[in-house]
Design a protein around this ligand. Sequence first.
Ligand SMILES: [Zn+2]
Length: 82
Amino acid sequence: MAGLSPSAKALVIAAAAGKSCRCGYSVDHIMVSPEPQYSPWGSFCVLFMGISTPPLKLKFVCRNCKSHLMTTQDPKVLASFI
Ligand SMILES: [Zn+2]
């Protein structure tokens, strides 16, 4: 899971326990990626100023079947996603 610290990854795995996409992948599978959702101001900073701000939420989506496994707004997870 790119971009997350080991403790944030453990929180995500615990929150998504038992969930899997249509291919049977769980949230920690290599094909499942976090997709950050930024506020308008946050995207502005990231795109135009090159400053990274924590996203508002993270959606975990399977790159193979596009299934949405879970969304987290846990501040500890969001703060570790850079
Ligand atoms: Zn899938």
